[in-house]
Design a protein around this ligand. Structure first.
Ligand SMILES: Cc1ncc(COP(=O)(O)O)c(C=O)c1O
Length: 384
């Protein structure tokens, strides 16, 4: 009988973890560009609202699915900002987008069934599929098109065992925003297979070439889409652990049943913080967005200026997926850059089997750190 740790042991976080551990043990000055977390603190009006709520007695359990006011704020945000319409009853407030994804996988993927995702891919989906006693398969997207979603490749891999497909847009690790027609085709095929698309849209507030639209907004089969969102990235609230799952009522009801036995409910204080973030002044978040966009431009310029280095143009999120143009395992290159040049990047083999030589750079760090980081990458690659 496999133990629970056996179930997750093989999932592919290892080389990202190796880099993290190396960086933690290193005592020199490091520029850390491997971490996917905004460098901004949560704006004051959000912190104040949460503190006030806690002082006012919001220190108790909430209903399993979340406070009605929080579900309403999420429903309004999904509709107004991303075109995704759901009744508040079809929304479950979760402990981060991470719990929403875990619940979505548990609700859709049964033992022995399969979860598919286009690669390169964020590693946690595989672990979640394993925890559901299902299987996970990465469908590699072509590097020549900058890992754009090729719907035919995904559809060709669907079978009777396929229970769900995760589409992450904007993507971690590539920063690509998937083409709407391609997403629509994948949802259509999922519906034909009686499967679901889990739309991981935790970065949808950070798209730089036009406003983000949720997949459920433009598909003909929204009942086959489970939308996952989060306050973490767009609102600089990673530590509050506040996310959501939105979908057809028959699925969200099932999800609430599982959620009741996993975390019972999201933190009451964090739900008050989310209401303030979603319904209060947006200026601080717009300023963060502008800062990320400027950093994206800085990254694109610096990558273009370094011989042999390339990446798909990041259209969203805060990641650039660098191809250093070396025929070497990314872990070796990343270890060298850390030890010899003091810059930390996440190796591509942590994001599935598609891109063993790539390196993910997070531009959620300050422009000064990014400039210094690129100087070190440039010097490192020149000397390699
Ligand atoms: C693609 C993707 N989905 C979901 C999450 C989960 O974020 P959170 O649980 O903080 O909402 C992350 C976090 O890094 C992510 O990169």
């Amino acid at each position: 009988m496999p133990t629970p740790t056996d179930r997750v042991r093989e999932a592919g976080r290892s080389s990202i973890r190796v880099m993290y551990d190396l960086a933690e043990r290193h005592d020199g000055d490091l520029i850390r560009l491997e971490v996917g977390e905004p460098d901004f603190d949560t704006p004051d009006h959000v912190v104040d609202a949460a503190a006030e709520a806690a002082r006012g007695g919001a220190t108790h359990y909430t209903s399993n699915a979340g406070m009605p006011a929080c579900r309403r704020a999420i429903a309004d945000t999904l509709a107004d900002r991303y075109g995704v319409t759901h009744d508040p009853d079809e929304i479950v407030v979760t402990v981060g987008g991470m719990e929403a994804l875990h619940l979505a996988v548990l609700a859709t993927v049964g033992p022995g069934e399969e979860l598919l995702a286009p690669g390169p891919v964020w590693p946690n989906y595989e672990t979640q599929a394993r925890l559901a006693e299902g299987t996970f398969r990465e469908v590699p997207m072509p590097a020549e098109t900058g890992f754009a979603l090729d719907a035919d490749r995904v559809i060709d891999e669907m079978s009777d065992e396929t229970a769900a497909i995760v589409l992450t847009t904007p993507s971690n690790p590539t920063g690509r925003v998937y083409d709407q027609a391609a997403c629509r085709a994948v949802v259509e095929a999922a519906a034909d297979h009686d499967a679901y698309v889990i739309a991981d849209e935790v970065y949808l507030g950070l798209t730089y070439d036009g406003p983000g639209q949720g997949i459920a907004a433009y598909t003909d089969h929204p009942e086959h889409v489970l939308t996952v969102g989060s306050c973490s990235k767009t609102y600089a609230m990673t530590g509050w652990r506040l996310g959501w799952l939105a979908g057809d009522r028959h699925l969200t009801d099932e999800v609430v049943t599982i959620h009741e036995s996993t975390t019972a409910c999201a933190s009451s204080v964090a739900q008050h913080a989310a209401i303030a973030a979603l319904t209060g002044p947006q200026k601080p978040f717009e300023e963060m967005y502008d800062a990320f966009e400027a950093r994206r431009d800085l990254v694109v310029d610096r990558v273009a200026s370094i011989d042999g280095l390339s990446c798909p143009r990041p259209e969203g999120a805060f990641y650039a997926y660098l191809d250093p143009g070396l025929d070497e395992p990314a872990l070796d290159v990343a270890t060298y850059l850390l030890e010899e040049h003091g810059v930390v990047l996440a190796p591509g083999d942590g994001f599935g089997a598609t891109t063993p030589g790539h390196l993910r750079l997070s531009f959620a760090s300050s422009p000064a750190e990014l400039r210094e980081g690129f100087d070190r990458i440039e010097a490192g690659l020149e000397a390699y």
